[in-house]
Design a protein around this ligand. Structure first.
Ligand code: ADP
Ligand code: MG
Length: 778
């Protein structure tokens, strides 16, 4: 921990605070207690989700107002106590360890924090039948140290936060003085218990600390203060009450003792000898507080109350009979139980005027507490050395040593789950979260004094024995092992009558002297015997002590072995996990490499794909071009061939027509010959056409061939000889008459065209001669 150094200007530098001799630290233990809802139908904003975590839900109204800005938040604590937690369970977890520490000379601070109505006072003080942490702590203390308490006034507080040891006589005188003062209440066993707190702890719930040092003597002192508006008031101060003009209470100041611990100067410390007595003192303070608050119109929820339990302990002397008269051997430890003021902001309480200002101060002190915690945390976490503003408020100043000295600090955060408190509860949670991160130096064990252990027991045994024997004086002794002591006790005769009968009485005095001498001798023998037995018991006790220590060491060794085993197991586990982690790393590496390779492949394949696509594109366009070209060629060729075919067909037709015509002529001639035989007079009439005449002009071509130019179109009509003869028979018309013409068949239409035929041209020899005869008019 870093110790803040206060460098206040204009002041002599203070000595650095006493550093704790150990460097072990524990975080502030923060617990959370959720109280039940006031009414069952009230909206709840807290849910306990595990024994270390709670969850806050924004209430419906708030969610709607802030557009869902508030979400569910979780907060973790050392432990969470739900609504069913009993006061006893809470005590066992939270305060019991602090009481154990107190009895073992270690300081503790326990405070409750939360908004008003969250259950701080219920947790700290409790109610009848439901005693809180305070009465239970007191009870545990007295259950533990009860038989080892010093007589009243053996320990006496000096006025500087220290403790003195008085000798028996002074203590006795003080006791007598106290008894003579009627105002001071006597021991509680004889008194009636106030019904207001009668039932704070039931006897069956009694708790006890383990390992209480029996060879020490103890005394408990309590003080009770209230801090209101940054003023400290002593609630146990006995002031004569003037009903006519009541005096306002006087505030106290804080001082630092020689060990740099803070204390309230002049504060009443009441020595108490039992739980009831202690609690009665507390209740007295409580009543005073209530009265003051009413008289001065204060709001009790705005004050901090601090109940301090101081335990003084000192070793018994070598005889084990009295407290060692050595102030340096007195150890004082203290447990502070603090019920803080409500943490809510001033606006919530609707205070006005003075009250508002005062409330502001109360808030200020809680704010200072928060700031101190914040700075402490920052110093610890970041290694900074910022000054912690303990002095800014009385509360933080008083507890300064717990944070920069040593001790155990615990806080119970009280929360009311009702929705109305949601926003304030959020702030409380944040503070709690921060507080958990602060660490406090662990208190060290006090050195034990050099006397042999078991002194009290030995002394007690001797005393018991002596009383017993003295009671049985003159009676029968234990026959089996008659000791010198027993024999001597037996020979203890009553004193002879010592009344001198007259001036001449020579018997009484010598007889008395004789008896007294005998007694003196017996006493001497007894002292010797006592010393002997004392030594033997001492040896025995030391033996048993040694044995128990050995057992303890053995036990610890066993535990150490277990721990070693555990550590070994953990190490193995760590090794295994490390190996696994390495293996996984290796695998990841391989996978990374494989991925890289695949990616490389992918890239190259993509590249290839792209180039192929480009090629394909090119080829496609080439193909299209070719297609269009081919189409052109094909159409050309088709056209050419079509023309050619036409030409050839035409030529063939012409040829065929010519042949037909020739045959026709021949037939006509044949017919003429036949008819000539029948009618000698009749001359055959040739058509008015010369035999070899081509019906057009024939001319030479440039290629050396011949071409015919037809000049007209004629229709060749062929007469069907059969039909002709039939017709001629049926009609009497002449051969040139109109009806005759109907026997002619329209053979061919010839058209006159001019075609240039070139001999040897690429159209072949068959195309040299073309022409269509002019259609002959019927
Ligand atoms: P605070 O001191 O924080 O203002 P109180 O301790 O006075 O709050 O509690 C307010 C009321 O709630 C009291 O009546 C108290 O009995 C009740 N209460 C608080 N905590 C609990 C609890 N855990 N169980 C039952 N009642 C509780
Ligand atoms: Mg309260």
């Amino acid at each position: 921990m870093n110790f803040p150094v206060c460098n206040r200007k204009g002041k002599t530098p203070r000595r650095p605070p006493k550093k704790p001799s150990n460097n072990q630290k524990d975080p502030v233990g923060v617990y959370c207690r959720v109280r039940p809802l006031g009414a069952e139908d009230e909206e709840c904003c807290i849910e306990v989700i595990s024994n270390t975590t709670i969850q806050l839900h924004a209430p419906d109204g708030l969610k709607a107002n802030r557009n869902g800005e508030f979400k569910e938040t979780q907060y973790s604590f050392k432990k969470v106590f739900g609504i069913k937690t009993t006061q006893r369970e809470l005590f066992a977890d939270v305060a019991k360890p602090l009481v154990e520490d107190l009895i073992h000379c270690k300081n503790g601070l326990l405070f409750t924090y939360g908004v008003t109505g969250s259950g701080k006072t219920y947790t700290m003080t409790g109610s009848p039948g439901q005693g809180g942490l305070l009465p239970r702590s007191l009870d545990m203390i007295f259950n533990s140290i009860g038989p080892y308490q010093a007589k009243r006034y053996v320990f006496k507080p000096d006025d500087k936060n220290g403790m003195e040891v008085q000798n028996q006589v002074d203590a006795l005188l003080d006791r007598q003085k106290r008894d003579s003062q009627t105002s001071v209440p006597k021991t509680p066993t004889t008194r009636r218990i106030d019904p207001e707190f009668a039932d704070m702890i039931s006897p069956e719930e009694a708790c006890k600390a383990g390992e209480v040092d029996e060879d020490s003597s103890y005394s408990v002192f309590v003080s009770y203060i209230e801090i209101y508006n940054n003023y400290i008031y002593d609630l146990l101060e006995e002031t004569p009450f003037d009903p006519i003009k009541p005096k306002p209470p006087q505030s106290k100041i804080l001082r630092e003792d020689q060990n740099h611990n803070m204390y309230v100067a002049g504060c009443t410390e009441v020595e108490v000898k039992s739980t009831e007595e202690a609690f009665e003192v507390f209740w007295r303070g409580q009543k005073k507080r209530r009265i003051a608050n009413t008289q001065l119109n204060r709001e009790s929820s705005r004050s901090h109350s601090v109940f301090i339990i101081k335990l003084a302990q000192a070793p018994l002397d070598a005889d084990g009979d009295n407290v060692l008269q050595d102030k340096s051997q007195v150890n004082v430890s203290q447990l502070c139980l603090v019920d803080l003021a409500g943490s809510e902001r001033t606006s919530r309480t609707r205070a006005e005027g003075n009250r508002l200002r005062e409330a502001g101060n109360i808030n200020q002190s809680l704010m200072t507490l928060r700031t101190c915690i914040e700075v402490l945390r920052e110093n610890q976490m970041c290694g900074t050395n910022k000054m912690v503003p303990y002095r800014d408020s009385k509360v933080t100043h008083l507890f300064k040593n717990y944070f920069d000295g040593e001790g155990k600090v615990r806080m119970v955060v009280c929360v009311n789950p009702k929705a109305d408190d949601y926003e304030e509860t959020l702030l409380v949670m944040r503070f709690a979260e921060m507080t958990q991160e602060v660490e406090v130096a662990r208190p060290v064990d006090r050195p034990i004094c050099g006397f042999a252990a078991g002194r009290r027991q030995r002394n007690q045994a001797f005393k018991d024995e002596l009383t017993h024997r003295l009671e049985e004086r003159g009676g029968p002794v234990d026959g089996e092992s008659p000791t010198v002591l027993n024999q001597l006790l037996q020979s203890f005769h009553p004193l002879p009558p010592c009344e001198i009968s007259g001036p001449n009485d020579d018997v009484t005095l010598p007889r008395l002297i004789d008896a007294l001498e005998k007694r003196h001798k017996i006493r001497k023998l007894m002292v010797e015997e006592y010393n002997k037995t004392g030594k033997i018991t001492l040896l025995r006790a030391q033996d048993s002590n040694l044995l128990s220590k050995e057992n303890f060491i053995q036990e610890q060794r066993g535990r150490l072995g277990e721990k070693d085993k555990m550590i070994q197991n953990q190490k193995n586990e760590i090794d295994r996990l490390e190996k696994k982690s390495k293996m996984l790393e290796y695998k990841i590496d391989i996978l990374q490499k494989t991925t890289n390779i695949y990616e490389e492949d992918k890239r190259s394949l993509q590249h290839e794909l792209e180039s192929r696509e480009q090629r394909l594109q090119r080829e496609m366009s080439e193909k299209r071009r070719m297609e269009t070209r081919m189409q052109g060629i094909v159409t050309d060729a088709k056209l050419k061939w079509e023309k050619e075919c036409e030409r050839r067909v035409n030529a063939k037709q012409l040829e065929m027509q010519n042949k037909l015509w020739v045959k026709d002529e021949k037939l006509k001639q044949l017919k003429a010959i036949v008819t000539e035989g029948k009618t000698e007079n009749r001359q055959p009439q040739r058509p008015s056409r010369e035999k070899d005449k081509v019906p057009g002009e024939v001319f030479k071509t440039r290629g050396g061939g011949q071409a015919v130019q037809f000049t007209d179109i004629e229709t060749l009509k062929q007469e069907n000889p059969v039909a002709a003869s039939r017709k001629r028979r049926s009609s009497e018309t002449g051969p040139d008459g109109e009806p005759m013409e109907r026997n002619w068949t329209n053979v061919e239409t010839r058209c006159s065209v001019a075609v240039e035929m070139r001999a040897g041209s690429n159209l072949g020899p068959g195309y040299q001669h073309h022409g269509y005869p002019k259609r002959r008019k019927p």
